[in-house]
Design a binder for this molecule. Structure first.
Ligand code: ADP
Length: 847
């Protein structure tokens, strides 16, 4: 073997490094050339054998794995060894040449380009191996997907690759199943989205009639019913409510899944929201005898910016569970600041109960959809298992997290955090209310509640003593009275055993204690005992859970007997004002297209004795307006044919024309918008269209009545009263109506006696207010007379007193001459009423 030949053979097998080694060996052994040649030749044979064994080993490995292994000679273009690649493509050996060219012809052109690029990069030394995925045409004509991996096995003297080892792996089936899986995933996602949209739409459709059912049942429950009927209707209502809550859950869940959940950013009072959410559930909790405590850390901002509906939803859900899974003990909700930044706050909410708890093994699962801690078919508690899953999503979307701390049989505490912006503009405005110098004895047996109330009271400047034992409390009361240093206020929980609790309220007057009594009630006691407490003359009551604002209001109501008396009178007068004679003259136009809402609004209006005309859309409303007079229009906003905005604009422009004709007699009709989209923008649009007020749908009776009352009292200034007075020519009291309102003749007679005995004082107070030109006092004194006259339905005189009250309130300056005139006519009118009143006081006969 000649040395150049040997060198190139070695180079072929071992590459460039091999050649260099051989050359070095040749140079070193120049003395014994034949021996060296023999040695090297033996070495080459051994190496050849080694390579053969090595590649047959690879072949076995390839056979076993189903892979095909081949050795490409780049110089000759032949595939020197390894023919299984043909088998992989279903060819017999004879079908194809053993050439790289034949191989290339089978490869899908795009894939071949990628393969070439990978090989070139590898040959340049950019990677240890090259690999690519290529489709090759099989004998049957179908494409087979092959995974190819290889490396340059030898290079020539110039460093160019001369041999390539290549592994073929058939991945056709794997690819097909991956494609299948991908298309299955895509169609599953599409199906899931379609299902979510369907559920969302359906839930919405179900919710509308459900609101109708609940609203109507509420109305029916307000009518005269026997016990059995009441029971049936209450069951209808509670079933409808639980169905609605399930529908709401499903709706939210599908909205989350469909990625359709939107979050608002509006400022709201956190304290009001938390209390409102908890109070809704407190009724159920109190029925079970559970204590409910809510406390917000003092550093929690008063107003924050976020989505109040979603926060309420999470709290309600956690509270609902706490009530459901607790039979005795206490539920508490606390809010504290977790982190505060320049313009944000991360709040931590905790809802704690003393209920059944959740075993550690189930604690993770309860946050999953449709999952419950007790998954047995015989479980005691109902529910869908959706609530916590929804909460988890909502909380995440509010930049927070949710977790729990619980042990079986030892209650649970659910925590969640949420991020909000801070409404700093309003935060500074929170008004401080101080009651410095007031001493209060708190009779409370529940330590946590006592602590919370004491903290709130101390915060307002009140000096608090807490006593948990009723006997001890009575002893303290006696002692402080004897010492002439009584507490100014006693606050007592109605839940305590005698002689505290309700018994204390019953014996309070007879104790003769000089301080005022505030009773703390839960909602169940409020339902059962409030009437009795009023009869007993208890000074004030607070309903648990107690908010700081409630406490301040109660303390303020105790401040000054006079104010309290006024409040009492107002509460007598208010409900009757619109159920008496006035209401019969009120003409209302109801514009609403939805039959359920029509029915609901109609019932509410009829209940107040208003006379009502119905229009099914805006166009009908304008037509009705043209034909008749209305005091008030209730206008739905979204309606077919002509919407509420357009109708209101059209009515206002007609009024403009009319006002030219009828001059000062003209008064625009009061329009109240009703709309489902309770957004600020809607309100603006309604007001811009000339509507006066706004109620959100679904209609809540209290809100609708409040808006109507605003409407009916609006513009009842002197001008309006003057025209109304012209129609009220007859001077009289309507004692029968007064009797109907009060339902207790003795009480009415006593009150009449009180009024008669103070008759002259009332009038002389007005006279001295006029002499002193004290507008504020005049306004108050006229208000008192007005309220008293309203009790006895002395309508003409009441309106005169009202007119005087308004005249004293004129912002631009009081017209004292006018006030003197009004006071004189009022005195004259009252003088005519006095004999009738005296007659009633004497013999109690109703004319
Ligand atoms: P639902 O109450 O409708 O079943 P949730 O997702 O709200 O659905 O709750 C899932 C489960 O977590 C409940 O079924 C209950 O097993 C468990 N759970 C939730 N809150 C409490 C709690 N306060 N005390 C005990 N178990 C609870």
């Amino acid at each position: 073997m000649k040395s150049p030949l040997l060198a190139s053979k070695l180079c072929e097998i071992f590459g460039k490094d091999g050649e260099i080694t051989v050359r070095r060996m040749l140079a070193a052994a120049a003395g014994d050339y034949p021996a060296l040649v023999k040695g090297v030749s033996d070495f080459i044979d051994a190496a050849d054998q080694l390579v053969q064994r090595f590649s047959s080993l690879h072949q076995v490995q390839a056979d076993l794995s189903g892979d095909a292994f081949s050795d490409w000679n780049l110089k000759t273009g032949r595939i020197d060894s390894g023919k299984q690649w043909k088998t992989l493509l279903d060819y017999a050996d004879a079908d194809l040449e053993d050439s790289i060219h034949a191989w290339r012809l089978l490869v899908q052109p795009d894939d071949l380009q990628a393969f070439n690029a990978a090989v070139v990069a590898h040959a340049r030394g950019e990677s240890r191996f090259f690999q690519a995925e290529c489709r090759l045409k099989s004998k049957t004509g179908s494409w087979k997907s092959l995974f190819l991996k290889g490396m340059v096995a030898a290079r020539d003297a110039a460093g160019e690759p001369v041999r390539l080892l290549l592994l073929h792996r058939d991945i056709t089936e794997f690819r097909a199943s991956a494609v299948e899986a991908e298309s299955a995933r895509v169609s599953a996602e599409a199906a899931s989205r379609a299902r979510s949209f369907f559920i969302a739409n359906m839930s919405h459709e179900i919710r509308t009639p459900m609101n109708g059912i609940i609203g109507m049942t509420d109305l029916a429950l307000d009518t005269q019913l026997d016990a059995e009927q009441r029971h049936y209707l209450k069951t209808v209502k509670s079933s409808a409510e639980s169905l609605l809550s399930i529908v709401n859950d499903v709706l939210d869940f599908s909205k989350i899944e469909a990625g359709k959940l939107r979050f608002e950013k509006i400022p709201f009072s956190l304290s009001s929201l938390v209390f409102e959410a908890v109070r809704n559930q407190a009724v159920e909790a109190h029925k079970k005898g559970l204590e409910v405590i809510v406390s917000l850390s003092p550093d929690v901002p008063a107003r924050i910016v976020g989505d109040p509906t979603r926060v309420r939803q999470v709290i309600s859900n956690l509270m609902g569970n706490a009530v459901k899974f607790t039979e005795q003990g206490t539920l508490s909700v606390t809010v504290s600041v977790e982190e505060r930044g320049a313009d944000f706050v991360l709040l931590r909410f905790a809802v704690r109960d003393t209920g059944i708890g959740i075993p550690v093994s189930r604690q993770g699962a309860v946050f999953e959809a449709f999952s419950q801690a007790d998954d047995s078919t015989t479980r005691r508690y109902g529910g869908t298992g959706l609530g916590l899953s929804i909460c988890t999503h909502l909380v995440q979307l509010m930049g927070g997290k949710i977790w729990l701390d619980s042990a079986e049989g030892q209650g649970s505490c659910f925590y969640f955090t949420a991020r909000f912006s801070v409404d700093s503009a309003v935060e500074d405005e929170v008004k401080e209310s101080r009651f410095d110098g007031q001493r209060l004895l708190l009779l409370e047996g529940h330590p946590a509640l006592a602590e919370q109330l004491a903290m709130l009271l101390t915060d307002c400047g009140v000096q608090v003593t807490v006593i948990a034992d009723p006997q001890e409390a009575l002893a303290v009361l006696k002692k402080t009275q004897t010492l002439g240093f009584p507490y100014s206020i006693v606050m007592a929980d109605a839940h305590m055993p005698p002689p505290a609790g309700i018994v204390l309220a019953e014996s309070w007057k007879s104790l003769g204690y000089p301080g005022k009594l505030i009773m703390l009630l839960d909602t169940e006691q409020q339902r059962q005992h409030l009437k009795r407490l009023r009869e007993l003359g208890v000074d004030a009551h607070l309903v648990k859970p107690v908010a700081r604002e409630d406490l301040i209001e109660a303390l303020q109501s105790l401040d000054g007997q006079r104010e309290a008396e006024d409040l009492l009178l107002d509460s007598f007068v208010f409900p009757e004002q619109f159920s008496g004679n006035e209401s019969e003259q009120v003409e209302v136009l109801l514009v609403e297209d939805n039959p359920v809402n029509q029915e609901l609004a109609q019932r509410l209006l009829i209940k107040r004795g208003y006379s009502m005309t119905l229009a099914n859309n805006g166009a009908e409303a304008v037509e009705c307006f043209e034909k008749a007079h209305f005091d008030l229009i209730l206008m739905d906003v979204q309606m077919p044919v002509m919407d509420g905005i357009e109708a209101a604009e059209s009515i206002r422009s007609r009024e403009m024309r009319r006002s030219w004709v009828v001059s000062q007699e003209f008064r625009p009709v009061y329009i109240i918008a009703m709309t489902a989209n309770a957004m600020d923008g809607d309100r603006e649009r309604c007001l811009q269209a000339g509507m006066n007020d706004y109620v959100a749908k679904p209609i809540k009776p209290s809100e609708l009545y409040a808006a109507i009352d605003r409407g009916l009292s609006d513009g009842q200034g002197s001008e309006d009263d003057a025209s109304a007075l012209r129609t009220l020519t007859e001077t009289s009291l309507d004692l029968r109506a007064a009797m109907r309102d009060l339902g207790d003749q003795d009480l009415l007679q006593t009150m009449a006696g009180m009024l008669v005995s103070e008759w002259d004082q009332h009038l002389s107070r007005i006279q001295s207010d006029l002499t002193e030109k004290n507008a504020e006092k005049l306004c108050m004194d006229a208000h008192t007379i007005k309220s008293l006259l309203a009790i006895f339905h002395g309508e003409k005189a009441r309106r005169m007193a009202l007119e005087l009250e308004h005249a004293a309130k004129q912002a631009e300056g009081v017209d004292w001459g006018h006030c003197v005139q009004l006071a004189a006519t009022l005195a004259e009118e009252m003088a005519q009423l006095k004999p009738e009143m005296e007659h009633f006081v004497r013999d109690g006969s109703l004319r």
